[in-house]
Design a protein around this ligand. Structure first.
Ligand SMILES: [Zn+2]
Length: 418
């Protein structure tokens, strides 16, 4: 009977070793995938921050561009106004040039006439002063002749003087117009130079907006890629969970066929130091039994320490618990069985068929009797109470989680125990 049991056990062990790799892979892969996903999410948050900054700078720069555009069109309107004023002045200048030419021509003509008249007077012998004197019969004649000549000369002189002053007036008016035009030209040139500067600034800022738009697009692409990656990881996690469940089920049915001989073999070794006792007792509505033997089931520390700090577990630390067996609270598959130098010390995590996970910590060195991938029965001894890792004295630190490897998914074990 025992020989057959051992033989079956041997077959079972090799079967477990086969299955184990898949289960280990599924369990380990999921947490790796989850941490990759979390890293991606952190990166997405960072990128979103960057995107916000880029968008803020972009909208500020765009506002500056709009402001510059408004200034440029303002200056452009002023330049257009100046242009039309300059056009007006050019017309006026042209007109006054015409008047000036006319005045000059009139002056020249009258001057010529006056000169001709003098020549005629001289030639006719009537009106030159000398002729006048020589031809005068009397002083009265001379005086009247002189007056006539001088009156003529005076009239000519006056006309010419008038024409000259008229010409000068026209010329002065033209000069005024020209200096006014020069002022407008200067003003226009300065406004044009400001416009050029504004245009350059606007071009620069428009270029910056284009760059920022490109940055924004690149960041968005990265965010999209990470989102895609996380979706792909989601799919992988789901597949891994499905695979783990499928393996677990086939493992269960394999074990069930041999569980009778297995458990009888185990229980026969009793309380030996190799540690394979099993517990029995009342079962909670969640299907859990106590993880420690009767007499040690008092919870000595709850979800919160006496200091008020979060504990996330219950401790069983009744005096004399050191070395007592720790039992699997329900059927399940071992997904972690390892020794940490600090923290939990020797600890085990079991994935139960109801989707919950239980964690058992601070076990004695060398007392872990289950490995990753092992199928455990409710009440099966998995370890003995100790004080390894971050522990001040022998106790069992017991956690219930709704998801493996996540502290945020710890729930109060009290609600799941009998
Ligand atoms: Zn604890």
């Amino acid at each position: 009977m025992k020989k057959i049991g051992l033989k079956i056990l041997g077959i079972l062990v090799s079967l477990i070793v086969l299955l184990q790799s898949t289960i280990v892979f599924a369990a380990a892969d999921t947490s790796a995938l989850e941490s990759e996903q979390n890293k991606n999410k952190e990166q997405i948050n960072d990128l979103n921050d960057q995107k916000d900054q880029v968008q803020e700078e972009k909208s500020n720069t765009q506002e500056e561009v709009n402001d510059l555009s408004a200034q440029i069109s303002d200056y452009q309107a002023q330049i257009n106004d100046l242009d039309s004023k300059i056009d007006d002045l050019n017309n006026q200048i042209e007109e006054s040039q015409k008047k000036l030419d006319e005045a000059q021509a009139k002056y020249n003509e009258n001057k010529k006439l006056a000169e001709e008249r003098l020549v005629v007077m001289q030639e006719s012998g009537d009106t030159t002063y000398l002729d006048l004197i020589l031809s005068s019969d009397s002083i009265t004649d001379l005086i009247s002749g002189y007056y006539l000549a001088s009156e003529l000369a005076e009239a000519d002189t006056e006309l010419l003087n008038n024409l000259e002053s008229e010409r000068q007036e026209v010329e002065k008016a033209k000069q005024d117009l020209e200096s006014k035009k020069k002022e407008l030209d200067t003003s226009k040139a300065s406004k044009q130079s400001i416009t050029t500067q504004l245009q350059a600034a606007k071009n620069e800022k428009t270029q910056r907006v284009a760059e920022l738009t490109e940055d924004e697009q690149k960041i968005q692409e990265q965010i999209d890629e990470l989102d895609e990656a996380n979706k792909a990881i989601d799919a992988k996690i789901q597949a891994a969970i499905q695979a783990a469940k499928a393996k677990q089920q086939s493992n269960t049915s394999n074990k069930n066929s041999t569980s009778n001989s297995n458990s009888s073999g185990n229980s026969s070794s009793g309380t030996s130091s190799s540690g394979t006792s099993s517990a029995s007792g009342s079962v909670s509505s969640s299907g859990f039994i106590y993880p420690v033997p009767a007499g040690y089931q008092k919870i000595t520390t709850g979800m919160y320490y006496s200091s008020g700090a979060y504990h996330g577990a219950v401790d069983f630390g009744t005096g004399g618990i050191n070395g007592k067996p720790i039992y699997a609270v329900a059927d399940g598959t071992v997904i972690v069985s390892e020794r940490l130098s600090g923290s939990y010390g020797n600890y085990i995590i079991i994935m139960h068929d109801n989707g919950l996970f239980t964690l058992y910590a601070h076990g004695q060195d060398g007392s872990r009797t289950v490995q990753v991938g092992d199928r455990v029965k409710q009440g099966q001894q998995i370890m003995r109470v100790g004080t390894t890792g971050n522990s001040t004295g022998p106790h069992l630190h017991f956690e219930v989680r709704t998801s493996p490897g996540k502290y945020s998914n710890r729930v109060n074990p009290k609600n799941y125990l009998p």
